[in-house]
Design a protein. Sequence first.
Lengths: 325, 330, 285
Amino acid sequence: MENKTEINAKGKKGTEALLKVEDLSLSFIQYASGLRQTELKVICNLSIQANRGEILAVVGSSGSGKSLLAHAILGILPSNAKLDGKIEYDGQELTQKNKEDLRGKEIALVPQSVTYLDPLMKISNQVIGAVEEGKEGLMKKLQREIFQKYDLKPDVERMFPHELSGGMARRVLVSTAVMSSAKLIIADEPTPGLDEKTLNETLSYFKDMANKGCAVMLITHDIEAALKISDKIAVFYAGTVLEVANVKDFKNDGENLRHPYTRALWNALPQNKFQAIKGHQPMQDEVVDGCIFYERCSKKNELCSKGIPQFKKVNGGVVRCNNVS
Amino acid sequence: MLDNAKIPGFIGKKILRLISLLLVVSFISFMLVQYSPIDPVRAYLGEMAVSAEHKEKLEEYWGVNTPPQEKFLNWAGSLLKGDFGVSLIYRVPVTDVIKERFTASLALMASSWLISGILGFVLGIAAGMHKGTLFDRAIKTYCYILTATPTFWLALILLMIFSVQLGWFPIGLSVPIGVTAENVTFFDRIEHLILPALTLSILGVAQIAMFTREKLIEVMSSDYVLFAKARGEKGLDLVLRHGIRNVALPAITLQFLSFSELFGGTVLVEQVFSYQGIGLATVAAGLKSDVPLLLGIVLISAVFVFVGNLIADIIYEFIDPRIKQQESTI
Amino acid sequence: MSTAVVNVNRSLFRGLNLRQKTLLIIGFTSLLLLAIVVSSLFIDGESLSTDFGSKNLAPSLEHPFGTDWMGRDMLTRTLEGLGLSIVIGAFASLISAVLTIILGLLSSAGKTADSLVSWLVDLALSIPHLLLIILISIGLGGGAQGVIIGVALTHWTSLTRVVRAEIKQLKTQEYIHISRNLGKSKWWIATKHILPHLIPQILLGTILLFPHAILHEASVTFLGFGLSPHEPAIGIILSESMRYLSAGYWWLAFFPGLSLLIVVLAFDLIGENLGKLMDPKNAHE
């Protein structure tokens, strides 16, 4: 409990927190072969917060449930999902009803690929989205302006999603969020498969949004891309966040990084030691009693196998590790 | 939207396909009928007793003693000239019989095709939107029962309720007896059409409703609907904007692919209601060994099914933009 | 998936989980079908003897399905007809399944063989099913064999398509490539690697063929191209009932047809639920 209040206090000290996620757990009820029911835990005890005017990157390997975090915040999880914990937006608790009211207006999602666009609908209609009667003209004008800004030619308006090139698709997806004038932008893997130029361009769009006062949550597996623009990096591992570090902590050998996993991630980068870490993340149906990183940790001790380490505030960041002081 | 360069090749391929299909179908059908152990003259006469002399005459008329190869070549030869031969039981050219009967059946098939298509689509969308509710379960149960229902039994039940008990509709024949063709009013035709069309419509709903329901659920759990939800779209607007748009084409395609079952259903329903269409002619031709008529009907039904598949193909290849998407990614 | 029976089960067996419910439905419906077949075998000629003293009776406790114009008990006739339908459906489905296996394996043999199979599928689908069954039945001189072969020759297409797609997918698998590189013959790969994977699919497909086979048999018999009028088939019973409709003897058509519907539904249920057990993807609904 003590740790949590500390995190909150930190939020007030720095820039103002727009989104707070506390102790979020997410599981799915599933049927395995032979119709035996199983429960699959994908997120457990996850806490993060996104501040106005800042970019928070949530970094973790592919398929570790990061997208589901975005879906949980937006309230678009499938019906067999079970969600626990607290999500607060602008000081107000986000219930499913609130989520439904706020999404698209206050909170916008930038999806990961062109499959998130209706294959049978023209691009301009999709970017504009569903609008109230009487506002069509205004929205059309806005869409034209945004397209011009993002260097999308007028003929893109009439295209179908499959006709877009990779870079075009990226800009179209970003422009859907800009249209909405939302204050919280959640970008789910917006950078895979992009060339250097398009990547930097896309990242700059998000930087722009943050500079205008939006809180941006950048969900990605690409730590290098995240480091280019983010203010804070949350390290996502096996359904939870192990550390929230400031960008400046990623320097040299990463001696300022708090968690062994974060350090290992940093060392695995090509420009550093290019050393991969041994082992793999625990499976979603594995039961882990202690620290979730226990199996792969080089500094583990007996305490680590008993109970999940609590969040500690260390040197301007937070970490879940017993061996850091 | 149409990719003009593709059209000539498409048409050519389809025409070739139709010709080869008809050739094989006519050959196989001919062989099946020709080598049937059923004595055609006996089948025609039924229980009727006739003199040996008369039977001989009939056998000649039926061509029992002509060698099969010669018979096939004769038949196929005149077929190429557009001559389907003369119906043995109706004693008029096969083309005339088919023209008259098929038109009557077409009215029946078209009306039930449309009604079942529209009703099925609407029910499917409604059920899919309310997935898991009592309403959805009711529609699903209804569809399950319908797919297990024998067509001719439902026809019998409707006939018993509406014609025998309530007396709302005539018991048989697609036109009143004793009225010449010119004097049959439009209303007469409609009156005889309603019950058979109702039977086929009720049964036809099941397949299209189930398909639409599944497809809508699939679409509603797609990435793009998830994104639309994330952007604040919801409820009926969401279904109208994204659901129907993406379900309509596959559903229409499926409805065109159902011509084969539609034809089968018509045969059964016409038998129960004595509706003077192609189905009744099929049964008569089959039972009484009217080979030219039966073969003519087989060919016509093959063309009918082919047309349905062709339209489905055209929707698939030329109208749905997603197909081009798949081609371009290959 | 939920059907009428599942709905009933929801309230009847609230304590059971989906797996138990599914197994229960399969067990119960199988038992019902088995009971019908067995009882149809033990019906002796006596209960079907004509008794003009009790002809054209409406349903009563003594004759739940009523009697016909020869005084025969309609329940007995219906049971016998259903038994016959199931047996014929079984034969036709089995022959269809054998055809599917042969054509499926043939299609795995090579490109030419595969296009031959797909051509055969197209051909069989080019004429309305019912018409094709009628043609084949005529070609074979009608009767039980005509119907069985007719139904069998028209129902293999859907399952063959599934099997072909499955084989295509299997052939991209690593271990098939390895076998091929090890110099195993096509026949060896087909029977040792591909066939075992297909057996569950084919089993389920065969069960799902049953309802179609039974309905088509009844339809063709009803039209007069199937079983002879002396057989106690449902199609015959219903076609006879046509003559007594205007007299108001509704039970002659109503109960036999309804029973056929229930049998067909039972097969559907077994197939659907077995499918759910094998592939739980859609069980969340």
